[in-house]
Design a protein. Structure first.
Length: 219
């Protein structure tokens, strides 16, 4: 199983017997529990010997849509992070996102993509969203260029679009939505149409991580 900890970042550990009904740890080893865990180093995998629940995000546990979001977000977290690399920013991101998801009445896909955007920011891949990748112009930013981790202005887009692959046209509302996804303003995100921004953040994360991410299937 995979845990994300304050002290050691991602931990891959073996928890023997957790599927047994009588296991003292089995009830707490779900994605909706904040735990204090005892981990013993092993030859190939560490071993989880004890799990003490500190908090249960019960509103997530009782909501299928929220659980779908948690599972895809934790899949991305596991894919994009390396075992044993401590990062307190990522731990706090996970915690704050779960806290918001637990309380919100609108569990939309935008929340998952906003987590992904903030995760890749923590990993050092924050894109430039304020000036053109080619000329530094801050006006008429009408496209997003993942390979350059930047937006592109109208003039440069018209010049470069035939020679450069994968420059994606965007509207001003899409640019604003991308900015919101990279913020941690979870409440504001719910008030925006982020459909195009979601897709671009996903493509951007895959491009710069060079890893295949699971796709969110959410109705």
């Amino acid at each position: 199983m995979t845990l994300y900890s304050w002290e050691k970042g991602k931990i891959q550990a073996l928890a023997r017997g957790i599927k047994k009904i009588t296991s003292k740890n089995s009830a707490f080893l779900e994605p909706v529990f904040l735990l204090e865990a005892d981990i013993i180093p092993g030859k190939e995998l560490d071993h989880l010997t004890k799990a003490v629940p500190l908090y249960c995000y019960k509103n997530i546990l009782n909501n299928l849509e929220k659980l779908v979001l948690v599972r895809i977000v934790f899949s991305w977290l596991a894919t994009l992070t390396e075992a044993g690399q401590r990062d307190s920013k990522i731990f706090l991101l996970v915690k704050s996102w779960l806290e918001f998801l637990n309380e919100t009445q609108l569990p939309t896909s935008a929340l998952a993509y906003s987590f992904l955007a903030n995760l890749i920011d923590c990993l050092g891949f924050l894109p430039n969203l304020v000036q053109c990748a080619f000329c530094d112009d801050k006006k008429d930013l009408i496209s997003f260029y993942p390979a350059a981790a930047s937006v592109v202005c109208k003039n440069c887009f018209l010049i470069k679009k035939q020679a450069v692959n994968d420059i994606y046209p965007i509207r001003s509302v899409d640019l604003q939505a991308i900015k919101f996804l990279f913020s941690k303003q979870w409440t504001d995100i719910l008030n925006h149409n982020t459909e195009i921004a979601n897709r671009l953040v996903f493509l951007y994360a895959q491009y710069h991580s060079e890893r295949k991410l699971a796709k969110l299937k959410f109705i």
